[in-house]
Design a protein. Sequence first.
Length: 127
Amino acid sequence: MLEETQDTEEIIGRVAALDIGKAELVCCIRVPGEGKRGRRLQEVRPYQTMTRSLLVLADRLGELGVTRVVMEATSDYWKAPFYLLEAHGFEVWLVNARDVKHLPGRPKTDRLDAVWLAKVAERQMLR
């Protein structure tokens, strides 16, 4: 007989991933869709790495109810977004790029890289 378990859901419902460069970052936000169960909505958008733009990003993530933000450790460029988003109450994960590169199917552009990072983050395939 099948029994219901108390396990937590495997997919993180509201997640964002950042592909960070010196002057610009690409943010991919993935949230549950309203229609069919299991469908996801996605927004991919660039932001400048200046404080004003990062505050706009934090507001957008808050609007959409994002709980976890994941980014790769890229030089020192990760520091400003990491600390700003952490100060705004987000659960921010800094992952080693080497660990992410070992996952199959990794794309090569900033936009696709942000989408890929969001997908593996929502499936909890990162440490």
